[in-house]
Ligand binder design. Structure first.
Ligand code: 4AZ
Length: 244
């Protein structure tokens, strides 16, 4: 997270760290008692589900909370690594989660209630605090969870920004704010929105891609969760599970 603030897991109890061989690689969002939504591109490497774990219920990616193994990784069948289209994966955990003030699911956004300019959008994660983190002597990812407030960028504006780069599809939403953005290591993590009339947070996006981090010319691009409600429900129903 670039330009954000430190926070705690109580504020973002659906946030998890997705780990490969015990090291943080991506964020994710708890959406059910044994299901986590994350990005497909977090699972491009040729590892098996046994190589991955999820840490839930902790403000730190490296300690605390609960570490869960994965029963299955369901990446979207139409995920395109070149275009980043359909960048979504559903993780089935090996155990059911006990919900606490540190560990809660987040309801999915619906197409009927799209985010508007009034929707307060928050993105959270342990990712880089600057685009150059990888090259500096500092370790890239943050020990403590961070978040940033971002504003919705309309699809036409986002299409224009990326017109020379890649198509922005209806399966993507964009968000940006001066000096604030998601960055490497935040991928797969939640973009939540609060409607103006308060109410619970809803999961609008999954951190997916972007050109750089907090680059004023290029908004952050997120998987449009509302566009995948049917896909998510199909995966869940196919397992005979009714907990969403
Ligand atoms: C990444 O490399 C990445 N600014 C994630 C998010 C964004 C850019 C890059 C959005 O995982």
């Amino acid at each position: 997270i670039v330009g954000g603030e430190e926070t705690t897991i109580q504020e973002f109890p659906y946030q998890v760290s997705v780990q490969l061989h015990g090291r943080h690689i991506c964020g994710g969002a708890i959406i059910g008692t044994d299901t986590v939504l994350t990005a497909a591109h977090c699972f491009e490497d040729p590892w098996s589900s046994a190589d991955y774990t999820v840490r839930a219920g902790s403000s730190e990616h490296a300690s605390g909370g609960h570490v869960l193994s994965l029963q299955r990784v369901i990446t979207h069948g139409d995920y395109n690594p070149q275009s980043h289209d359909n960048d979504l994966a559903l993780l089935i955990l090996n155990a059911r989660l006990n919900f606490t003030e540190h560990l809660q699911p987040v309801p999915l956004a619906t197409l009927a209630e799209p985010p508007t300019a009034d929707t307060r959008l928050l993105v959270s994660g342990w990712g880089f605090q600057a685009e150059e983190s990888a090259d500096s002597a500092e370790v890239g990812v943050s020990a403590q969870l961070r978040f940033a407030d971002v504003d919705l960028v309309g699809s036409n504006q986002c299409r224009r920004a990326y017109s020379q780069v890649l198509p922005i599809t209806r399966r993507m939403i964009c968000a940006a704010s001066p000096g604030r953005d998601s960055c490497q290591g935040d991928s797969g993590g939640p973009l939540v929105g609060y409607l103006p009339e308060e109410g619970p947070a809803r999961l609008y996006g999954i951190v997916s891609w972007g050109l750089g981090c907090a680059n004023p010319n290029f908004p952050g691009v997120y998987t449009n969760v509302a566009a995948f409600r049917n896909w998510i429900e199909e995966q869940v129903v196919a397992r005979g599970w009714n907990g969403l």
